[in-house]
Design a protein around this ligand. Structure first.
Ligand SMILES: O=C1O[C@H](COP(=O)(O)O)[C@@H](O)[C@H](O)[C@H]1O
Length: 490
């Protein structure tokens, strides 16, 4: 089975890391629940793992999750009596599960059994846990398909209770194993094995602290699993390493003298800062992305379209702008999978319209299908072909002016789109143009990227164009650092 190459996100410190991991987990759960139930999450013990659960409990977004559709499992457990303070389960209950109360049914919490008459040793606990996994298996498999599997990592590079140099690292048949004489106390443990861990859709490794820097560097350099077990921690669809500055200090390119910043990102400005994602997750209830919008977004991803559509917060902004100007006729340049189109279509009245121009036949088909499934086929017209040609046809046909034009297409031609868009407008038409800041690159007159140069030409043209009044609003969020140009036609 092939697995996903690790992606690394560095956070300023352990607290921000835990908050961001919690926000990410909550957002993922809400997203997943829009099209799948139940959702299976594997918890981890350890400092960051438990801090993450505490942050989940403290987040108002936790109520956006339907916990009755979430099943919780553990990647490993210390083989200690139920209620022992050193059990990962006990710590997870104190951090999150108790706070969820009746929202999370007890039957959804799948703890590894502790010692009892029926479960005299770790092997018996491992067998019992494997049976529990089988009882919830997907499609006659041996275990549920885990949606997110969280792993902490020790300074020795262990994950779950799979320690360096142990035979359990190579277990190929069992889903769950017992570990005796663990190098980290307590000595008796039970752990999922790598075949099961690596069958998860997404594996997220969380690690913080300078003492973990060597192991983080070895794992991400692809060290031998025998010396750095974390090197084998990978998911089928995504492998995420959520680390702090201190534990990332030995990664290639890291500044060993770096101290965590008081605020702001440490990575290039165009990348996504976890604080931005956390805020986006926090405001998700206000944005209220509906199930139809999630379906449009998911269909685009499933069809393999690039992940360059607007975010839900930006989509909502488009909807609000269109409503604010009372738009009845909207023109969009650049449909992609129809996600921004969906938001714009929410704003126009039932007898209003959104015309959206898309150069790719394949993208247009995805968009049409999704928008029809959302019941918007009568309100949205997807026009296929090079946008400039479509625009020139509209100009030649003297169509009625549009009330709002949203431009999210090839940046090289933005100035030409501006020209056509103004021609197709009336005084008071609002033009919204996406991606005009580009991580700050727009200020670089010698930038080699012709998209940056396309934006610069457009902004210079807009500034000189006596037909519009405008501004640029810089934005941060899950789409990174960018911005919208807003132009009001005089
Ligand atoms: O013993 C364990 O340790 C690891 C990592 O813990 P940390 O305190 O160094 O973050 C944890 O992932 C595992 O679940 C746990 O049993």
């Amino acid at each position: 089975m092939s697995t996903a190459t690790p992606e690394v996100l560095v956070h300023p410190d352990a607290d921000v890391l835990a908050a961001a991991a919690a926000a990410r987990l909550l957002t993922r759960l809400v997203d997943l629940q829009s099209h799948r139930s139940p959702v299976h999450v594997v918890l981890t013990g350890g400092t960051v793992g438990i801090a993450t659960l505490r942050a989940v409990a403290d987040s108002p977004v936790r109520d956006a999750v339907d916990w009755s559709g979430v099943h919780l499992w553990w990647g490993d457990e210390r083989f200690l009596p139920a209620g022992d303070a050193d059990r990962n389960e006990t710590q997870a209950r104190a951090a999150l599960i108790d706070a969820l109360g009746d929202a999370l049914p007890a039957a959804n919490v799948h703890a590894v059994p502790g010692p009892s008459d029926d479960v005299p040793d770790g092997e018996a606990a491992a067998r019992a846990y494997a049976a529990e996994l089988r009882a919830h298996a997907a499609d006659d498999g041996l275990a549920p398909r885990f949606d997110v599997l969280l792993l902490g990592m020790g300074p020795d590079g262990h994950v779950a209770s799979l320690f360096p140099e142990r035979s359990s690292l190579y277990e190929a048949n069992l889903l769950v194993v017992a570990e005796h004489d663990s190098p980290k106390p307590p000595s008796e443990r039970v752990s999922l094995t790598f075949p099961l861990i690596r069958s998860a859709r997404e594996v997220w490794v969380v690690a913080a602290g300078a003492e973990k820097a060597p192991a983080v560097a070895r794992a991400l350099a692809g060290d031998d699993v025998r010396t750095t077990p974390a090197a084998a921690a990978r998911g089928q669809e995504r492998t995420l390493w959520l680390v702090d500055v201190a534990s990332a200090a030995e990664l290639p390119g890291a500044d060993p003298a770096a101290t965590p910043p008081v605020s702001g990102p440490r990575r290039p400005r165009s990348e996504v800062d976890p604080a931005w994602t956390a805020v986006e997750a926090y405001v998700a209830p206000l944005v209220a992305e509906g199930a139809d919008a999630v379906a449009v977004r998911t269909a685009a991803a499933d069809a393999g379209l690039p992940d360059i559509a607007v975010s839900s917060a930006q989509g909502r902004l488009l909807e609000l702008l269109a409503r604010a100007v009372g738009a009845r006729r909207v023109l969009e340049i650049g449909t992609l999978g129809g996600y921004s189109t969906w938001w714009l279509a929410q704003a126009v009245p039932a007898d209003g319209s959104v015309m959206t121009l898309e150069v790719s036949d394949a993208h247009a088909t995805v968009a049409r299908t999704s928008l029809a499934a959302a019941g918007l086929q009568d309100r949205v017209d997807v026009v296929v072909g090079p946008a400039l040609e479509s625009l020139d046809r509209l100009v030649a046909a003297h169509v009625a002016p549009f009330d709002l034009v949203f431009v999210d297409a090839d940046k090289q031609q933005l100035a030409a789109y501006l020209d056509r868009a103004v021609t197709l407008s009336r005084p008071g038409t609002l033009l919204v143009v996406d991606n005009v800041v580009r991580g700050g690159a727009v200020v670089d007159a010698d930038h080699p990227d012709d998209r940056v140069q396309g934006v610069r030409t457009f902004l210079e043209r807009a500034a000189a164009d006596g037909r519009v009044d405008g501004t640029v609003v810089q934005t941060v969020g899950e789409k990174g650092y960018d911005g919208f140009a807003l132009l009001l036609v005089r």
